[in-house]
Design a protein around this ligand. Sequence first.
Ligand code: 5GP
Length: 203
Amino acid sequence: MNKEGLLFIISAPSGAGKTSLCKEVVKFFPNLYHSVSYTTRLPRPGEKDGEDYLFVSKDKFQEMIDDRSFVEWAEIHGNRYGTTIDSLKEYRHKGIDIILDIDGQGGRQLKNEYPDGIYVFILPPSRKDLEERLRLRSTDSDEDIEKRLKNAKEELQYIYQYDYIVVNNDLEEAVSALKSIIIAEKCRRDRVLPLVKGLFQLL
Ligand code: 5GP
């Protein structure tokens, strides 16, 4: 229905479950694309290049920064992550909505460029729960987990730039909340009216 695809930006402390949440939500919306970021991080077991991330070397990432290929990028837990300008434009111009799973630094950069984006912050129910989730994932080293817990606190400082907060206590409920946000945003008067005006010739 939308001429230009909507942009949903999802951020959370690492381990709050936002990647699973994004993967679940895209299943319900055929017109919603989960953007694949570039990263210098090594793949975790089971992760696929081009699906989970586009895994590149540090040199290649630097080259892309120098070429101004990124709309935003950030250094997180010692690795770099970024979203390219081309991937956003390509999908949005085709009218496809995009969901971006990025950190708060990236969210802040995007907010300057895309104030019309919809910014959603995911919270774990508690710190204890966050720690348990990180340990359960067990693909990261102890040192990595400590780093992620420390960064979780820093990540919270960005919460005020987000429009919505979803507490991920139960995945099914959190998916339902995120789906509702997406549907409500698609029904906003300013988004729908321009599309139906011609149809009914009433307004
Ligand atoms: P992980 O290593 O656990 O996959 O991701 C670590 C963090 O990087 C997560 O908070 C994730 O949202 C963030 N991230 C993933 N892709 C991007 C990106 O393109 N840009 C930014 N700024 N953060 C990203």
